[in-house]
Write a protein that binds this ligand. Structure first.
Ligand SMILES: Nc1ncnc2c1ncn2[C@@H]1O[C@H](COP(=O)(O)OP(=O)(O)OP(=O)(O)O)[C@@H](O)[C@H]1O
Length: 371
C-alpha cells in the first residue's frame, strides 16, 4: 500500500480543476480576437487575466460565462463540459457568478432583495444566506436600504454579495474595481479578496492594471493580441518576464542595445553574458529603473569598475522628480545621448546637469533578442 502522503498527493492530482479552459478561440469578422487560450483555476484560487485594452480578456471571460460562443475550444467546470464538441450550457446552468465594472444593482429592490435575487429555496434559508453574506461584506444592517442610499464602495460590496449568494463554483470578474474612487480601491480590493477566499470559488478576474493583478492574484495570465504569453505567480511573472513587452507591461524599462559575440555583449556598461544568441545578433539588455544603480559618492569622478556591477557609465541629470515613495531621475548618457531612468527610494533630487555614474546589476537585468 502506498504511504498516506502519496495517496493524498495522487488524489490531489486526480482532482479536476474547478475551471479548465482548453484551446479557446474566437474571431470577429475574420479577425482573431482570442487565439488558443488555455488556463486552469483551482477552487479558492484567484487568477488574473491581465493585458492591455483590446487584447481579448473580456471576450475570454464572456465565453466562459456563456454569453459569447467560442469558435473552438472546451470549457470544463469541475470536470464537466459546459462548452465543447457536445455541450453548450446556457449561462444560468454553468454555476458561474458574474461581476462587471458596471455592477448595476436593481434600483427598485432593497439591498437584501438584490442579494437574494438569484437564490432559490424557502424564505428563511434565503434570508440566512443574505444575512451571512451581508456580514461577510461588512454591511450587516444595510438590508433594508436601497442602492441609491449607498456609497459606490458599499454598492460594490452588495454586488459582490449578490454574485456570491448562489455559491457559484466559478466567479468571473471583469474590471470590478475600476469604477471606484482611488482612495477606496485598495481597501475594497483586500476586503473582496478575503470574502472570495472564504467562499472558496475559483476566481478569474480581468484587469488591465498590473498593480491590481499583483495585489489580487495567486496566478497571473498575461495576455497579448488574443494569446496568453506568460502564466505564473506574480513574483515570477514580474521577475522573469518572457520578453521585452512583458517586462515593459509592469514598469518603465531601460533598454541598452548591443551585438552578441561569443556569448558576450559589450556595452558602455561593460560586458554582459548573452548565451543563446548568435554571433552578430542584436540583443536588448532590459533593466527596470529601480535596478539602475547610481553611484552617489563619486560625483562623476572615476570610473572604478566593480565585479558584480560591471563598468559604470556616466550621464548627466536631465530631470529629477519626487514621487512620494521614491525619486525618479532621468539621465542623458555620455556614450550616445540616450535617456535612461533610475528610481531611488526616498528623496534624491540632484540638480539638472549634475554628472553621475550609473551601473547595472547583472543579476537584475534581462536579455532578449532585439525588437
Ligand atoms: N461583438 C464583437 N464584435 C466585433 N468585435 C468585437 C466584439 N467584441 C469584442 N470585439 C473586439 O475584440 C477585441 C477584444 O475585445 P475585448 O473586449 O475582449 O478586449 P479587452 O482585452 O477586454 O479590452 P478592454 O480592457 O478594453 O475591455 C477588441 O478589438 C474589440 O473591439
Amino acid at each position: 500500500m502506498p504511504p498516506a502522503s502519496e495517496t493524498a498527493a495522487s488524489a490531489l492530482l486526480d482532482t479536476p480543476h474547478r475551471l479548465e479552459v482548453t484551446g479557446l478561440t474566437r474571431a470577429f469578422a475574420a479577425r482573431a480576437v482570442v487565439s488558443d487560450v488555455s488556463l486552469q483555476v483551482a477552487a479558492g484560487q484567484v487568477t488574473c487575466l491581465l493585458g492591455p485594452s483590446g487584447c481579448g480578456k473580456s471576450t475570454t471571460l464572456r465565453m466562459i460565462a456563456g454569453v459569447e460562443t467560442p469558435d473552438n475550444g472546451r470549457i470544463q467546470i469541475d470536470g464537466h463540459d459546459v462548452f465543447g464538441p457536445s455541450a453548450n450550457l446556457p449561462p444560468e446552468a454553468r454555476g458561474v457568478g458574474l461581476m462587471f465594472q458596471d455592477f448595476a444593482l436593481f434600483p427598485h429592490l432593497t439591498v437584501a432583495g438584490n442579494v437574494a435575487f438569484g437564490l432559490a429555496g424557502d424564505k428563511a434559508a434565503k434570508m440566512r444566506r443574505v444575512d451571512e453574506l451581508l456580514e461577510k461584506v461588512n454591511l450587516s444592517g444595510f438590508g433594508v436600504k436601497h442602492p441609491h442610499e449607498l456609497s459606490g464602495g458599499e454598492q460594490q460590496r452588495v454586488a459582490l454579495a449578490r454574485a456570491l449568494a448562489p455559491r457559484p463554483r466559478v466567479m468571473l470578474m471583469d474590471e470590478p474595481f475600476s469604477g471606484l474612487d482611488n482612495r477606496l480601491r485598495d481597501g475594497i480590493r483586500d476586503a473582496t479578496l478575503a470574502v472570495l477566499k472564504a467562499e472558496g470559488a475559483a476566481v478569474l478576474l480581468v484587469t488591465h492594471e498590473p498593480e491590481e493583478a499583483m495585489r489580487m492574484a495567486d496566478e497571473i495570465a498575461l495576455m497579448r493580441d488574443g494569446r496568453i504569453v506568460q502564466r505564473g505567480a506574480p513574483y515570477n511573472v514580474y521577475n522573469a518576464p518572457v520578453d521585452r513587452a512583458a517586462a515593459a507591461f509592469f514598469s518603465d524599462i531601460n533598454v541598452i542595445r548591443g551585438i552578441s559575440k561569443g556569448a558576450l555583449t559589450e556595452t558602455p556598461f561593460g560586458a554582459f553574458l548573452t548565451p543563446g544568441h548568435l554571433d552578430g545578433a542584436e540583443v536588448d539588455i532590459v533593466i527596470r529603473p529601480q535596478h539602475l544603480k547610481i553611484d552617489f559618492d563619486r560625483a562623476g569622478r572615476g570610473p572604478y569598475p566593480t565585479m558584480s556591477e560591471g563598468t559604470p557609465a556616466r550621464g548627466t541629470v536631465l530631470r529629477a522628480r519626487y514621487l512620494g515613495h521614491a525619486s525618479l531621475v532621468e539621465f542623458r548618457m555620455d556614450f550616445d545621448g540616450s535617456v535612461l531612468t533610475a528610481s531611488v527610494p526616498g528623496v534624491f533630487l540632484p540638480k539638472a546637469d549634475t554628472p553621475l555614474w550609473l551601473m547595472i546589476r547583472r543579476d537584475r537585468c534581462y536579455v532578449f533578442p532585439a525588437c
